[in-house]
Design a protein around this ligand. Structure first.
Ligand SMILES: [Fe+2]
Ligand SMILES: [Fe+2]
Length: 281
């Protein structure tokens, strides 16, 4: 029987935002009913964890409330964003410590029959912390010792938005230098897919440039077309991965009628006003 992973993402939990908690609870009720073998959260677990630990604690309690086996990697709203992008809340040692206090590890390794699941903290890849280097070393070791298992990667930011050679330094993908380093490590290993969140868009274009990248939709809200281009699709929901012991993998989008379709562009009280795209300005 296949091992079933429910990849959930971008729940943006906070006591201050009951509408997002309601979406999470609708998802939680569904997950408790279908009981996947593992829930993997690909980040932005909390709404404002980059500012204080309260939302991280609130999110941790909700995740524990699933009553299921789960693991989570942090997003930019949990540990801060890539410092080189120049935002007010860079991923740094203090924010990483808060995550670890509330959630424990920010990277993970889990073996299941035929597979090695690896969770990565993409936000510290450019932070220049000792933990940044430790994570690269962890990844190299995890790949070197996979012993014939297929590898599945879970992380917050997608490796790229369009092409692996993209040079854009933007909010959305893993930044080029960190991407080059990650790709160098992945080279020559049997990577079945890289599953990410952050874009609040669903996309599975299959294997492209030798890698299958799967974007999970958000649970909490979409970023409407007036504020964010549409590279994939913008449902709310989660991704179900079926991992067979012989290495076969299937995945599908699962949407739930109980998820209210919030648009963050219409909710400036949460993260401030979004910047409209030129054609909508
Ligand atoms: Fe998010
Ligand atoms: Fe994010």
């Amino acid at each position: 029987m296949a091992f079933r992973v429910a990849q959930i993402s971008d729940t943006h939990l906070s006591a201050a935002h009951p509408e997002f908690t309601a979406n999470f609870e609708a998802l939680a009720e569904h997950l408790r009913a279908i009981r996947p073998d593992l829930v993997v959260h690909t980040g932005d677990v909390s709404a404002h964890g980059e500012l204080a630990i309260d939302d991280l604690r609130f999110a941790r309690e909700r995740m524990d409330g699933l009553g299921l086996d789960w693991l989570a990697v942090p997003g930019n709203h949990d540990v801060g964003n890539d410092a080189v992008l120049g935002g007010a809340t860079p991923a740094n040692a203090e924010r990483l410590m808060r995550w670890r206090e509330a959630f424990g590890a920010d990277w993970h390794l889990r073996d299941i029959p035929g597979w090695r699941l690896i969770g990565l903290d993409t936000l510290i890849t450019t932070a220049g912390l000792p933990e940044s280097e430790a994570q690269f070393a962890f990844l190299a070791e995890a790949l070197a010792t996979a012993e014939g298992r297929r590898v599945a990667l879970f992380q917050h930011k997608p490796l790229c938005r369009e092409r692996l050679a993209d040079t854009e330094m933007t909010y959305w993908p893993v930044l080029p230098e960190a991407r080059r380093r990650l790709l160098g490590l992945l080279e020559g290993h049997d990577i079945a897919f890289v599953a990410s969140g952050h874009l609040h868009q669903w996309l599975d274009r299959g294997v492209c440039e030798g890698l299958r990248q799967i974007w999970a939709p958000a649970v909490a809200f979409v970023v409407g077309d007036a504020w964010q281009e549409r590279w994939g699709e913008k449902p709310l929901g989660y991704v179900e991965h079926l991992l067979h012991a012989d290495g076969r993998h299937e995945c599908r989008l699962v949407t739930l009628p109980g998820l209210a379709r919030h648009d963050i562009g219409l909710m400036p009280a949460v993260y401030g006003p979004q910047v409209p795209l030129p054609e909508h300005a």
